[in-house]
Design a protein around this ligand. Structure first.
Ligand code: ATP
Ligand code: MG
Length: 714
């Protein structure tokens, strides 16, 4: 046992061995919060103070849950597989699966991911004849989720104006629709689990007496409903509340946009009468320069509970900063640098490339892919979100639950089988009349549409028959053939990759069966919705890690590339104008910087193609918040970006007209090889003058020597 506690500093030791009482560990990045939490679980079990079954631990991502289980397995002679360690969503899903009937859900209820939810709302808006300009589906989605996260059902939302009244009506209709289909969205998982426990006393008492130790990592990012759920489970206010052990860092609160509330930390301290808040100040993760940079950045925030981090590690290397002309150059540089690191012996999985926006991953992926460096993307457009995978999953979902209208609509005419929009509309109309699911309504539909739809139902029923007793991978294999998906993609010109993704689904299923406690179809589908993306590359292969800053929370890497440090991107343009928004962006940067152990690279691009548009940006203000002495510029450009730029405004551009041989910034020109493009910037003078042109399409952004490029005004 003592080996468990070796190497802890006095504050960490105190935290790990606290008596079973409410506790709050408030500490900065890399100070060992997660390590303390994990060690405490091991300590409770190994000293016999708690059984495995009495512990519930909440982590922020599935990746973190896996790491925690793996660490526990290494510390103790136990099998952590059966333990309740997971994300809020994962744990609520588990609870609802175990008590689906009590929760008012079909046993095989399906989970709608964010995209499915939006599609369902769009359908509803159409069916209800609602003006989608006045009630944009995305806004409705936000409205519904925000209310659910506040614990409010449609019937409980107060509406003071016409606009909100209508939105509440749609929310209510959406609830009915989901209930009819037997599907739940992410917010519903939490709300349903909360309601289950609050309404069902025997069940509540059962879990309250079972989970005597509740440990929560990243507590600063819990939202209202999650906190209420925890209070319920912990029997807060009762005679024998559970020992809640919460760890968090207010400086790393980055989910306010999704309803997370740092205030929960203060509420927790007060409501649970936490006797002493333990602070950890020694950072064990990063070299000094990296930590100094992080401390300097976050010091600019005003709303902080305040703490200081120090390290015994040496200063280490300077922070490397690279400014690229374009996002493609930036990606190319990151990949070259990565190659060099790997050549020097770095493991690929010790290298992470972080970005503010998932849209940035495409260019990075492309460069990595063309260089042949294995990589894995966490978050963003992920394996389980790819079109062909979603189609395959939709068939599987129909097998599990034919009332799932979202799945039905996705594949009823895919691959095409001559079922037109009109037939589907007729079907949807009668489904509303019968108040039944689309699938269940098909037998009631007369005429030709009825006949072709009946064939589809028949297809699904046949699949169900044929796969009844098969193991999961064989079920999927059968469905891929019987549905016609394989044939369809085989005929598609670029279908090869999609086919191999479909095969990858078989491996995902095989892995799942090997690891899961409930290796059935329903379990696999839940896994696909919840863990999207975390299995997409070959499991076990050493790969460079790509993820958004949000997804990197709690993780650490020897080398971190933080890309896209431009005004408008990071800080994000939507956040710049409000102080709270800006502080949240700064916390985001703080999280990103503190992921690095030994080496930190920062990069930015002067121009970037995002969402189909080229944008020109200044370097992020956060770079200027890092003491200059910590930074080593890798580009000669220590001057601010604006100086090297000609303002695209016509007045200024005109004054440069002579330098550009009669051309001006913003002008459309023709190039004999690259076609038409727009001049976006220029640098140098005389025979050295270079000019940057965006040709769009395959050629993209190019720097050309003005005196050599044969440009003509277009
Ligand atoms: P974050 O805020 O980013 O989630 P954290 O506070 O949870 O960080 P950990 O991930 O638990 O920090 O720890 C950071 C690193 O420091 C880990 O590699 C951990 O193993 C190491 N570490 C923590 N405490 C000690 C210690 N006492 N001795 C040696 N290494 C330690
Ligand atoms: Mg942590």
């Amino acid at each position: 046992m003592s080996a468990l506690l070796d190497n802890l500093n006095p504050e960490q030791l105190a935290a790990v061995t606290l008596p079973p009482q409410p506790a709050l560990i408030l500490a900065g990045a890399g100070s060992g919060k997660t390590r303390v939490l994990t060690t405490r679980i091991a300590w409770l079990i190994s000293t016999g103070q708690a059984s495995q079954a009495s512990i519930l631990a909440v982590t922020f991502t599935n990746k973190a849950a896996k790491e925690m289980s793996a660490r526990l397995a290494a510390m103790l002679p136990i099998n952590p597989r059966g333990m309740w360690i997971g994300t809020f969503h994962g744990l609520c899903n588990r609870l609802l699966r175990a008590h689906s009937r009590d929760a008012g859900l079909p046993e095989t209820f399906q989970i709608l991911d964010t995209a499915d939810q939006l599609a369902a709302i769009k359908r509803l808006v159409k069916a209800l004849n609602v003006d989608d300009e006045k009630y944009p589906p995305r806004e409705l989605q936000h409205f519904i989720n925000a209310n659910k996260e506040a614990g409010l059902r449609a019937a409980e939302v107060e509406a003071w104006d016409e606009w909100t009244r209508k939105r509440v009506e749609i929310y209510a209709e959406y609830e009915r629709q989901c209930q009819k289909e037997g599907v739940v969205d992410f917010a519903e998982l939490l709300l349903r689990a909360f309601e289950l426990l609050s309404r069902n006393e025997p069940l509540r008492l059962h879990y309250q007496s079972r989970f005597r130790h509740i440990l929560v990592d990243e507590f600063q990012d819990t939202n209202h409903l999650q906190y209420e759920w925890l209070k319920l489970l912990a029997a807060y206010g009762g005679a024998a509340p559970a020992a809640v052990f919460a760890v968090g860092d207010d400086d790393q609160s980055i989910y306010a946009f999704r309803g997370a509330d740092v205030g929960n930390m203060r509420d927790f301290e007060r409501q649970f009468a936490v006797k002493s808040v333990i602070r950890l100040e020694q950072n064990y993760r990063s070299h000094g320069n990296i930590l100094d940079a992080a401390n300097a950045i976050i010091a600019n925030n005003s709303k902080r509970l305040g703490k200081n981090l120090w390290t015994e590690a040496g200063a280490g290397e300077p922070i490397r900063l690279f400014e690229a002309p374009t996002d493609i150059d930036e990606a190319r540089w990151i990949v070259e640098e990565t190659q060099a690191l790997i050549r020097d012996g770095a493991a690929r999985s010790d290298i992470a490339v972080l970005y503010r926006s998932n849209a940035q991953s495409r260019v990075l992926e492309h460069q990595l892919f063309s260089t042949g460096i294995p990589y894995r993307v966490y978050g963003g457009l992920r394996f389980f979100e790819r079109q062909e995978i979603k189609h395959a999953l939709a068939y599987l979902r129909l097998l599990a639950n034919p009332d799932d209208d979202t799945a039905f609509l996705r594949v009823v005419n895919f691959p095409t089988r001559g079922i037109g929009a009109r037939s589907i509309e007729a079907l949807a109309d009668s489904a509303r009349t019968y108040n039944a699911s689309l699938y269940a309504t098909v037998p009631h539909l007369a005429g030709r549409p009825g006949a072709s739809l009946a064939l589809f139902v028949r297809l699904i029923e046949d699949m169900r028959q044929a796969t009844r007793d098969l193991p999961l991978p064989e079920v999927i294999d059968h469905v891929l053939d019987a549905s016609g998906l394989r044939t369809h993609y085989r005929a598609e010109r670029e279908g090869e990759e999609r086919l191999s993704n479909l095969d990858e689904l078989l491996s995902a299923a095989a892995n799942f069966v090997a690891e899961a406690e409930e290796p059935g179809l329903a379990g696999f589908l839940a896994h696909a919705s919840l863990e999207a993306g975390e299995h997409q590359a070959d499991a076990g292969q050493d790969a460079v890690q790509l993820m958004s800053i949000h997804a990197a929370k709690g993780l650490e890497f020897d080398v971190v590339f933080l890309s896209g440090l431009e005004e408008g991107l990071c800080p994000h343009e939507n956040a710049i104008s409000e102080p709270d928004g800006l502080e949240e962006e700064r916390r985001l940067i703080y999280v990103a910087v503190t992921r690095a152990r030994k080496r930190l690279y920062l990069s930015l691009a002067q121009s970037r193609m995002l969402h189909g548009q080229t944008r020109y940006s200044m370097k992020s203000r956060f770079i200027d918040e890092i003491p200059a002495g910590l930074i080593k510029w890798l580009t000669p450009a220590a001057r601010p970006a604006a100086e090297r730029y000609f303002d695209p405004a016509p007045r200024k551009a005109q004054s440069q007209a002579k330098d550009l041989g009669g051309l001006r910034i913003g002008q459309l020109v023709s190039h004999p090889k690259f076609g038409q493009g727009v001049i976006v910037s220029a640098e140098g003078a005389g025979s050295d003058a270079r000019i940057q042109i965006n040709f769009g399409g395959v050629h993209g952004m190019k720097w050309l020597v003005l005196s050599l490029a044969k440009l003509t005004p277009a």
